[in-house]
Design a protein around this ligand. Structure first.
Ligand code: C2E
Ligand code: CA
Ligand code: CA
Length: 540
């Protein structure tokens, strides 16, 4: 009889001697741990976790006996046995009239060496007549290390048969990204315990960039090992709603799990982004890939962001260094990923940006907009920058859209234009009142720039080259005064200031007082001449 006083970890030898009995008498059994959508409170699935209970030494934990199973080539039999128990359980649920949730079983990396793991799982599933969507397979990154071909082979076989495959313990290895881009898994399980400590620091930044990245890979994420509300809320805030951990439930025995199945609503795992363009998203996240190289070095300032319509949020997925420089933002990677772009816009610009996104969605084309962004910096205070973005939609999922944008900070251009526009306006009002036309003549280049009024009333272009020949030719300037006027230009070049004469202008020969004054450079040489023509008012 079990006596808690005898409870202890079994030795390797005891475990090996016990193994056959453990299977034959079901001392090996399964506990279930629910996976929950933290936002809706519904169950999306559960994981089957192996337990072993010795009649004398009590419950043994998998961390202690599975490595021994693995070492002695027993884990395959144990895993297949777990698969049988799970199928038996699912059959019982279905027969009871309960709708089950998908149950994931753990595959050991040793299961695929010299074993027909896939075939055996499939034959058990058929034996119990379980719809394939109710069984998921959890694989680990480490199964792939050293045996990528074997691994992709197993993955393909499961996919062909219709099984969903989950990548367990993602983020524990160093080569996570490299493994992911080659393995087409359906769900990623991100273990919080690998990234513990403060979620506000490096751990948090890693988690949030992994979650953002997985959105790109079209792959839903389940956060595992979630023990606190703080962790769950943090995961939610970065867009990961699926949670498995002590916060919701410990692994529980079958009977208790059936009760949970009865009271909790279920829902399927939602698929994420569908990429519109055939970007190799795996390669895009590979730090060594050509795609990354292109994004970071070959293009100008660029950003990838998600527009969440229902939540009315725009979140960055990825920016390149040039983007940060161009916009003048100094957010950390984590701040960047949790930042809502819409919150940095004024109401009117929000409307402009959203309308542009809608257009890009509707037309599938590149769309442009210019909006003012409020940039807050702890060191320099608030500032407004005008950003021109060329935006293209590259992916979508339900009410979420993924965009690629190339941006340009046009604040300085705009300011120059405003100043110009402003002085032009003042000048125009003044000259309208005086019946005066004005222009600027650059001596070294013979370029003339007329005022707005000259352009409007006299049909002059914004820039007149080889001045004054074109205006003489057009008849705007009378032919009989042409030589005198050419001589004025020579005099201006020599530095003669304050030229003035009455000249009949236009085809109608209207008399104007034409005047020039000079502007000199720092060496005292003539640089520009300012011309004006004021209507001679006949007071008689
Ligand atoms: P795993 O696949 O990562 O399973 C999750 C482990 O985390 C389980 O430990 C679970 O009880 C534990 N866990 C769940 N939520 C929390 C939490 O909020 N906080 C903490 N601290 N832990 C949490 P368990 O049951 O001891 O299993 C350990 C490992 O043993 C599993 O890790 C898996 O790698 C392996 N294992 C379990 N069952 C099987 C099996 O049937 N076959 C194979 N091959 N391996 C199995
Ligand atoms: Ca697992
Ligand atoms: Ca895990």
């Amino acid at each position: 009889m079990a006596n808690p006083a005898n409870n202890r970890k079994m030795t390797e030898q005891e475990i090996l001697a016990f193994f056959d009995d453990a299977i034959n008498y079901e001392y090996i059994y399964v506990c279930y741990q629910p996976k929950i959508n933290h936002v809706t409170g519904r169950m999306i699935g559960a994981e089957a976790l192996m337990r072993m209970k010795h009649p004398v030494y009590g419950i043994q934990m998998p961390g202690d006996f599975i490595p021994i199973f693995e070492k002695n080539d027993l884990v395959f039999s144990a895993d297949i046995f777990v698969c049988e128990l799970v199928c038996k359980f699912l059959r019982k649920c279905i027969d009871m009239g309960l709708t089950p949730v998908p149950i994931s079983v753990n595959m050991s990396r040793y299961d695929i060496y010299n074993h027909d793991y896939v075939e055996q799982v499939e034959s058990i599933r058929k034996e119990f007549d379980i719809p394939v969507q109710y069984i998921h397979i959890e694989i680990t990154e480490s199964s792939a290390i050293g045996g990528m071909e074997l691994m992709t082979d197993v993955l393909d076989k499961f996919h062909e048969l219709g099984y969903k495959v989950e990548m367990d313990d993602f983020g524990s290895g160093y080569s996570s990204l490299n493994v992911l881009k080659d393995l087409d898994v359906d769900v990623i399980k991100l273990d919080m315990r690998f990234l513990t400590g403060d979620i506000g620091g490096r751990g948090g930044a890693i988690i949030s960039s992994i979650v953002q990245m997985t959105k790109w890979l079209n792959t839903p994420v389940v956060a595992e090992g979630v023990e606190t509300h703080e962790q769950a809320d943090y995961m939610k805030s970065i867009g990961c709603n699926y949670i498995q951990g002590y916060l919701y439930s410990q692994p529980i025995p079958e009977e208790e799990f059936i009760e949970k199945l009865k009271i909790l609503d279920h829902e399927p795992v939602a698929q994420s982004m569908d990429l519109v363009y055939s970007i190799q998203s795996g390669r895009f996240w590979d730090p060594q890939s050509i795609e990354t190289l292109l994004f970071n070095n070959m293009v100008g300032p660029a950003v990838i962001f998600t527009y969440k319509k229902k939540e009315d949020r725009i979140e960055f997925v990825r920016v390149n260094d040039k983007y940060n420089k161009e916009i003048g933002m100094n957010l950390s990677a984590k701040e960047m990923l949790t930042f809502d772009l819409l919150s940095s816009l004024d109401e009117n610009d929000k409307i402009v940006l959203k309308a542009t996104l809608e257009r890009a969605i509707r037309l599938g084309d590149e769309e442009t907009c210019e909006v003012w962004r409020n940039i807050c910096s702890k060191t320099c205070g608030d500032e407004k920058v005008l950003i021109r973005s060329n935006i293209r939609m590259i992916g979508r999922a339900d009410d979420q859209y993924l965009f690629y944008a190339m941006v340009q900070n046009i604040t300085a251009d705009r300011r120059r234009y405003d100043i110009l526009f402003d002085s032009e306006k003042k000048f125009r009002t003044a000259s309208e009142q005086n019946n005066t036309y004005a222009w600027e003549y650059e001596i070294s280049t013979k370029i003339m720039r007329p005022c707005f009024r000259c352009m409007r009333d006299l049909g002059l272009p914004a820039v007149v080259e080889n001045y004054p020949e074109p205006v003489i030719e057009s008849g705007l300037f009378p032919a009989d005064y042409a030589d005198m006027y050419r001589d004025w230009m020579r005099q201006l070049a020599e530095g003669v200031d304050n030229l003035e004469a009455v000249i009949p202008l236009t085809a109608n020969r209207i008399p104007f007082i034409v005047r020039y004054t000079l502007e000199y450079d720092e060496n005292g040489r003539p640089l520009k001449a300012y011309g004006s023509a004021t209507l001679v008012i006949d007071n008689t």
